[in-house]
Ligand binder design. Structure first.
Ligand SMILES: CC(C)(COP(=O)(O)OP(=O)(O)OC[C@H]1O[C@@H](n2cnc3c(N)ncnc32)[C@H](O)[C@@H]1OP(=O)(O)O)[C@@H](O)C(=O)NCCC(=O)NCCS
Length: 173
């Protein structure tokens, strides 16, 4: 499944992506507000991609590596996995710090959401975000997701921090 936007290509993972994604996935600024902490070594990025490939092969989800068109530079990834059955997916993603605030996040998320909305059996597309994560909270608002509430202490804290509150967002058919 390849998705293209004006400036980006979203494609399935391929050999060699772990080395390109690891510098992004291990950046503490990138993982600061994510559910899981940053990758500690490139093996963790390989395992993450392998899990994603298995998810895709078994029809339990999707993962797209995001590249800028023209130079094919890997700038991040987005994933979506089935949750509570085939009618519902949960999605999320990250981009390298060097390309934040250029509209790439919104562009990639619009492509993924648009595609998920076109799948007839998907009735719900959901996301959870740290309440302190201003960029993603603005992004999902611009995407048109509805905020369904705030879940207290739902995500673990990183590195001894307290568990964090998250917003629950969704689009429903
Ligand atoms: C969340 C993320 C993907 C956004 O990507 P991005 O390409 O920088 O976002 P965009 O440029 O498309 O901007 C989307 C909106 O967020 C706003 N925004 C982006 N960065 C912001 C910041 N640091 N502070 C406040 N608003 C910000 C933009 O202004 C824009 O809103 P606007 O058009 O109303 O101004 C990116 O910040 C990221 O990868 N963060 C780390 C990983 C992460 O937290 N992922 C979410 C896991 S749930």
């Amino acid at each position: 499944m390849i998705l293209t936007t004006k400036r980006l290509t979203l494609r399935p993972p391929q050999p060699g992506d772990e080395a390109k994604l690891y510098p992004i996935a291990s950046d503490p600024e990138v993982s600061r507000y994510m559910k899981r902490p940053g990758h500690r070594d490139v093996g963790e990025t390989s395992a993450y991609l392998l899990t994603a490939v298995n998810l895709i092969r078994s029809g339990r989800g999707y993962l797209w590596v995001i590249e800028t068109q023209g130079d094919d530079e890997v700038i991040g990834s987005m994933s979506a996995s089935y949750d509570q059955g085939p009618h519902c997916v949960v999605f999320g993603g990250f981009l390298g710090r060097a390309c934040w605030r250029r509209g790439y996040g919104l562009e990639a998320a619009q492509a993924v959401l648009g595609w998920l909305q076109s799948v007839p059996h998907i009735y719900r597309v959901a996301a959870q975000t740290d309440v302190m994560n201003e960029p993603i909270n603005r992004l999902v608002t611009k995407l048109g997701l509805t905020c369904e509430g705030r879940l207290g202490r739902a995500w673990p804290g990183h590195d001894g921090e307290l568990p964090r509150d998250v917003y629950q967002w969704a689009w429903c058919r």
